[in-house]
Design a protein around this ligand. Structure first.
Ligand code: FAD
Length: 400
């Protein structure tokens, strides 16, 4: 039975899922002056989830107002090595609740945007006679000419039998305050492998907010996912052995991001498009998705405003080169559990910090990539190349 939320009966565009990608697209359409009607259907009843998105600059000017913290140095450590590097570009943080609530407020001032929270989408069916999509929800139906599906991992397949490498970045962390001043507020700990299993892709990530408050997160890059309990055990171990202060825990953040070069098509049926993680936005070798989501939604919004619909997208030669490198990294990481840790440490040791940041933020040139690949061992390159050459192209699929 439907509850009391009013849904428009027919719209030009329906966005399924009001998370990072769905709300970014709505924001970009609003900013660009899109005149069609847009509904965003989000199953959560509020935007208070514990999440933040971090990314390397340069930053898109439309995102600048949402930045809540920046860092100018980064630390990577493992074994007896510890590197603290100045970053040419800053590391930025956007808090998810602030970002989503700010966009919510902006949308509420426009009479052609409808954000509906507490609405779960169950079904989407195409009505070819009328060229519309019927969207079934627990609050009734909406017809839309175009559908943007941004519901994240729902219905993903492809992990076990995919020919492309498929790893997971699983993580869980605590936001804490410490009784002593222990953090350098300008240095983000990107990867501290000095933890049990640190030589097999496990590391600690620390975002310090002040000298006595931080997010401390455990991450594992692996074919197998790690459970939240195991991550929190690692976080507590780190607090006891490295932070060495009594702490008060305020909240927990958990997540899992696919790391794969499996292709997730932008569109498979006329009028329906996948965006965000569901559209393959996570960079395969790092799991970072925020910057890609911003670039992608900005482009879609511009095309919607100009042509009334998004255009299909062909990867450039630069995209293809980056994807090949991602493929080599993931294939080598899947074959050899120690590859990820060893290669990251070698990269930070041997490459200039600015080059690393260009690589991480996808601003890398061909010359940068040649230097990055020179750090990867010949044996791993040969193994990955042999695996890649025996592989057929593979496409992921999404279902309702
Ligand atoms: C905890 C965490 C931290 C991350 N940190 C970073 C980071 O620092 N930097 C970075 O670049 N990337 C980061 N990522 C990766 C990526 O940027 C995020 O996952 C991002 O939120 C993906 O955006 P999205 O819109 O695809 O999915 P989401 O933001 O997850 O949005 C999906 C939305 O769909 C809604 N939904 C799902 N099913 C339905 C349904 N049936 N009906 C209606 N609504 C539905 C959900 O409630 C959700 O709001 C992080 C991911 C996680 C999980």
């Amino acid at each position: 039975m439907s509850n009391q939320i009013y849904l428009p009966r027919q719209v030009d565009a329906a966005i399924l899922g009001g998370g990072c990608a769905g709300m970014s697209l709505a924001y970009r359409l609003l900013l660009g002056g899109y005149r069609g009607s847009v509904v965003v259907l989000e199953r959560a009843v509020d935007f208070d989830r514990e999440q933040r998105w971090c990314f390397w600059g340069p930053i898109d000017k439309d995102i600048t107002p949402f930045v809540s913290k920046t860092w100018s140095k980064f630390l990577v450590a493992g074994g007896s090595l510890e590197f603290v590097r100045p970053a040419g570009a800053k590391y930025y943080q956007v808090s998810a609740p602030s970002f989503l609530n700010a966009i919510r407020e902006k949308l509420s001032t426009a009479n052609n945007f409808y954000l509906r929270m507490g609405v779960t989408v169950h079904k989407t069916t195409r009505d070819p006679a009328n060229h519309v999509w019927n969207i079934g929800t627990d609050c009734g139906d909406v017809a839309a000419k175009l559908v943007f599906d941004a519901r994240n991992l729902r219905g993903f397949t492809g992990s076990s039998d995919s020919a492309a490498p498929w790893l997971h970045q699983s993580f869980a962390g605590l936001t804490i305050t410490t009784s002593k001043d222990v953090f350098d507020t300008d240095a983000v700990t990107l990867m501290d492998f000095r933890v049990p299993d640190g030589n097999e892709g496990a590391f600690i990530y620390v975002l310090p907010y002040s000298q006595n408050s931080a997010l401390i997160e455990s991450t594992l890059i692996s074919v197998d996912r790690e459970e939240t309990d195991e991550h929190l055990t690692r976080v507590n171990w780190y607090i006891e052995t490295k932070v060495k202060s009594s702490v008060t825990v305020h909240s927990t953040e958990t997540g899992i991001i696919p790391m794969t070069t499996t292709k997730f098509p932008f569109s498979t049926t006329p009028g329906r498009y996948y965006i965000g993680i569901l559209g393959g936005a996570a960079k395969p070798s790092t799991g970072y998705a925020f910057t890609r989501i911003q670039r992608h939604t900005k482009r879609i919004a511009a095309e919607m405003i100009k042509f009334g619909r998004p255009l299909s997208y062909r990867p450039s030669s630069t995209d293809q080169r980056r994807e090949w490198i991602d493929d080599v990294f993931l294939t080598a990481s899947a074959i050899n559990k120690k590859f990820f840790t060893q290669t990251v440490l070698r990269m930070v040791d041997r490459l200039p910090p600015d080059l690393l940041i260009r690589f991480l933020s996808e601003n890398d040139s061909l010359a940068d990539d040649v230097k990055v690949m020179s750090v990867v061992g010949n044996r791993e390159l040969a193994d990955a190349a042999a695996t890649l050459s025996g592989r057929r192209p593979q496409t992921g699929s999404v279902g309702d």
